[in-house]
Structure formats: structure tokens, C-alpha cells
Design a protein around this ligand. Structure first.
Ligand SMILES: [Zn+2]
Ligand SMILES: [Zn+2]
Length: 180
């Protein structure tokens, strides 16, 4: 089962979800349709530009009001989605979630949410955007495979399992102090 779908769509889903819940009007096709119709009417000289602008302004006012009223809920669901996108697996040592962590010196790594009680960590490449896939490693089923999207690259690089990468790196560098 090779599923290389990139997970960050969670963010997009959450955004549409929360807008659907808390700002219904923007997600409905009617709004776009009305606006398009009105543009045509201006073009055909059936309506005054001023009226149409006023109409759109009213529509946006409703949307804005909805969003402002539900601000907290929208922020909450987006935060939750962003958290899910940075979850890289489950810690094999303590069972907590593994997440995409940043060291104070700007290095990235797989870190355990239970730190400092648990010290489990794995290195990650220095540059490029980390994309979490829904596919887990055969040898390390507690980890999601990753892809790295480097600047200027059209396709993301299949980085795979951070643990396998770490073990390979250890072999190449004569480091035998690797577990699993
Ligand atoms: Zn842990
Ligand atoms: Zn692995």
C-alpha cells in the first residue's frame, strides 16, 4: 500500500470546515455566482457599477460579521489542524506524540512531546519544507514517512522514514550506537 498523499491538506480541510461552520456565506457558490452575474450586467450596461459595488459591500459585510463573531472558533480549529500537520508519529519509548521540533539554533528534528522526561529524537534535513504523508514506515510503523519540498523544486523529495535515514547515516559514518 503506497500512499504518498501529502498530509498538509488537513490545514485546507480545517479552513473550509471552519468557514463552512462559521462563515457560511463565503463557501457557498451563490456568492461568487451573484458577483459574476452582476459583473456581466455592468458590462452589458444593465446595471450601474456603483449599485453592484454597494451590493458586494453588503455581502462582504455579512461575511465579515459572521467571521468576527466566530473568530475564536475559527482560530481554534486552525490551530488544531496545524498541530496535526506537525505530528510525525508516536514515540516508541514513551507513547507520546512525536512532532516537528526546532532547536534554539534553528536545527529541526523529530522531538517527543514528553520532553524533557523523554529524550527520544531523530535528526531531520536542515532545509526545505517538511511534508508529512499518511504512509508509515514498514520497519518503524510509529513514524510517518516524510517528503521534503526544497525551494525552487517542483516535486517534493521522498525523504521517507526519519529513523531509516538516521540508521543509514549512522552506517555510513561508522556510528554503531543506533537502536532498533
Ligand atoms: Zn517519548
Ligand atoms: Zn523506518
Amino acid at each position: 500500500m503506497q500512499d504518498n498523499t501529502v498530509k498538509p491538506t488537513e490545514k485546507a480541510f480545517a479552513l473550509i470546515d471552519s468557514l463552512g461552520k462559521y462563515a457560511v456565506m463565503i463557501t457557498k457558490p451563490e456568492m461568487t455566482k451573484t458577483l459574476e452575474l452582476e459583473m456581466d450586467e455592468i458590462r452589458e450596461g444593465k446595471r450601474m457599477k456603483k449599485d453592484v459595488v454597494n451590493d458586494s459591500r453588503d455581502m462582504l459585510r455579512v461575511v465579515f460579521k459572521e467571521m468576527t463573531q466566530n473568530r475564536e472558533e475559527i482560530v481554534k480549529s486552525l490551530k488544531e489542524a496545524i498541530r496535526v500537520d506537525t505530528i510525525l508519529g508516536t514515540c516508541p519509548e514513551c507513547g507520546s506524540e512525536l512532532f516537528l521540533a526546532n532547536s534554539p539554533r534553528g536545527k529541526r528534528f523529530v522531538g517527543c512531546l514528553n520532553y524533557p522526561t523523554c529524550n527520544f529524537s531523530l535528526p531531520l534535513p536542515k532545509s526545505g519544507r517538511v511534508l508529512v504523508t499518511t504512509d508509515t514506515c514498514d520497519k518503524h510503523p510509529f513514524l510517518f514517512k516524510l517528503r521534503i519540498l526544497k525551494r525552487g523544486m517542483k516535486r517534493a523529495w521522498d525523504f521517507g522514514c526519519p529513523y531509516c535515514n538516521f540508521l543509514q547515516w549512522g552506517e555510513k559514518n561508522g556510528d554503531t550506537d543506533t537502536k532498533l
